[in-house]
Design a protein around this ligand. Structure first.
Ligand code: HSE
Length: 414
């Protein structure tokens, strides 16, 4: 029998306990050992819980118990999670976590420590919730050089954008609905400002290209400025707006990485990923494009990924799982403005036809987009691909010539 501890009894922690209790026999068959929860760490009281006798408020109970071989960290946040996880590894316990903030900020340190201790530090649930992505990337795609990853990595923002696209709900109403349905946090900033997706693309980038990438190295834009007018123009263009986390390797071995809302063509599989679902497209040099799709959040989907990691740990006590990346290196993340990308622009001018002509003079041939119900002064267009810093210069010139720029979005080529 293997004894484990769960740190944090929120949505994911209680889901992990539920999955382990409801599937005890099958899990024992797959792990080749019975798995028993010995402790649950939480400061709150759960007197009615079927596992009420396992609760503790003291981390030391877990740390000092040599029978606990695996610790599941599902508390979230960096502190005290980082200190707890580090202490567990130093004490000879393998760790499984769903905590994307922890992995995005401290992944290289914790992986190095786990390697030194000959232990496992696994985090399948930190990206894509229940979608298998970390293990497939590190094992099934191991023969490939990854070229690019593009993902819809945040369920809350995908739900909000889906409501805007399908039901013409504006951003505030869609966010309020997401909160009512329990998808968005009460403080939704990490979701809607793109930080959650940023942490996840950092983890995927670190895994795919072997060097740690920190969230503050990644240019990140959320969806708060996306309007129903932009959604309509995307439809006219032939696609939808999605919040995309993207990373690609460049010829000079730097990476280009960013998070931003993008126009996604209807022909792309990512355009069909709706509601709270996530979709991650990985391009490998041998395999081409593969897409991973499923529930990126929620109690049982996330718990399913956590428990699978626990089973993997049990089966690999003596042989460490191969999962590793190096510390960050300087000048590895390129300036995002050096990338070449096409842009959508929505703007206003008293003489919109004249302003559109000026735009063509600046940007070269553009594709004009027209929507029903637009004011006479509104105009919108899509440029040809150009280096982003050139685009920004030209946009300033368009403003100097009198146009009021209302929004700009990048065009994804997936
Ligand atoms: N807030 C996250 C999301 C939860 O909406 O995708 C899962 O990481």
């Amino acid at each position: 029998m293997v004894e484990i501890a769960i740190m944090g009894y929120g949505v994911v922690g209680s889901g992990v306990a539920e999955v382990l209790c409801n599937h005890t026999e099958n899990i024992a068959k797959r792990a080749k050992e019975e798995i028993r929860i010995k402790y649950i760490l939480d400061l709150r009281e759960f007197p009615e819980d079927p596992l009420a006798d396992r609760f503790t408020k003291s981390f030391d109970d877990i740390l000092n118990d040599p029978d606990v071989k695996i610790v599941v960290e599902v508390m979230g946040g960096l502190h005290p999670a980082y200190d707890f996880v580090r202490s567990c590894l130093l004490a000879g316990k393998s760790v499984v976590t769903s905590n994307k903030e922890l992995v995005a900020q401290k992944g290289a340190d914790l992986l190095a420590l786990a390697q030194k201790q000959n232990l496992n530090f696994l985090f399948e649930a930190s990206v894509g919730g229940g979608i298998p992505i970390i293990r497939p990337m590190s094992q099934c795609l191991a023969a490939n050089d990854v070229i690019e990853i593009d993902g819809i990595l945040n369920g809350t923002t995908n739900f909000i954008l889906t409501k805007m696209i399908r039901d013409q709900m504006d951003f505030d109403d869609a966010l309020a609905l997401a909160q009512k349905l329990g998808y968005a946090e009460r403080n939704p900033a990490a979701d809607v400002e793109g930080l959650d997706a940023c942490r996840k693309i950092c983890i995927l980038a670190s895994l795919a290209f072997g060097k740690h990438v920190y969230p503050d190295q990644v240019h990140t834009e959320g969806i708060t400025k996306v309007t129903l007018a932009d959604v309509e123009y995307a439809e006219v263009w032939g696609g939808v707006i999605k919040l995309i986390g993207r990373v690609k390797i460049l010829e000079n071995d730097q990476i280009h990485i960013m998070v931003c809302p993008m126009f996604v063509p209807r022909s792309s599989q990512l355009a069909t990923v709706d509601d709270v679902f996530n979709g991650i497209q990985v391009r490998g040099d041998s395999i081409g494009d593969v897409v991973f799709y499923g529930k990126g959040a929620g109690k049982l989907p996330t718990a399913s990924a956590v428990v699978a990691d626990v089973i993997d740990c049990v089966r690999h006590f003596k042989a460490r799982k191969y999962l590793f990346w190096d510390q960050a290196v300087p000048n590895y993340v390129c300036d995002y403005r050096k990338d070449t990308v096409a842009f959508y622009v929505r703007a206003k001018s008293e003489d919109s036809a004249f302003a559109l002509g000026q735009a063509e003079g600046l940007f070269g041939p553009v594709r004009q987009l027209v929507r029903k119900g637009a004011g006479k002064d509104e105009f919108a267009f899509v440029t040809e691909p150009l280096v982003e810093e050139d685009f920004l210069d030209k946009l300033e010139q368009l403003k100097d010539e009198g146009a009021e720029v209302l929004s700009t979005l990048r065009i994804g080529e997936f």
